[in-house]
Ligand binder design. Sequence first.
Ligand code: PRP
Length: 197
Amino acid sequence: MPSPVSQPLDSCTAVTVDHPFRVLITHDTILRRVREIGRAIQQDFPSEPPVGVVVIDGARMFVRHLQRTLVRAMEWHELRASSYGVGTTSSGTVTIGSQGDLCVAGRAVLIVEDIVDTGRTIAALRDRFLAQGAAQVRVATLLSKPSRRVVDVALDYVGFEIPDEFVIGFGMDYAGRYRELEEVVVYDEARAASSGG
Ligand code: PRP
């Protein structure tokens, strides 16, 4: 398992004066790390791959790139989980959507997240799958904020450990915006308010 990389890795410069954010992790750095995570997952599951559960919406972009690095086909499901609402801090309540036809009994499960903050979402999903008889539950997350943790959760594949800043881009949003950004950036609310953005 690759050890997580601590931020900052890239210089924190403003993208342009018109945008209320600064780049924390560049696209190239993300892609390099995603390839490493993909290799680690394949090494850890040499015969039977796990069933993948993508926590939407935030993890969609991460998993799209992760899937390109995986040689063996996996069964994938999307599951909606939300704890933020429209603000920039976790509400503390995890809402999990319909599981559809996902059956985890007796199987290894790989949960794919964009970010682990308090750990509540991952803990809720892990507990649900274990209660449903999953053989094991592993977690791949692009980002982790260890300083924010309130629930102890084991993370098996971590792209980057980052400080306690509100990050968006590469799938992560602010009130539904900015998910399409190719970098992970820090959103500056004060600057956004002063520039009207
Ligand atoms: C984010 C993220 C995780 C969760 C992590 O989801 O995608 O699922 O919060 O926070 P936690 O560790 O404190 O539980 P969000 O509620 O923003 O929904 P989204 O992915 O649809 O944007």
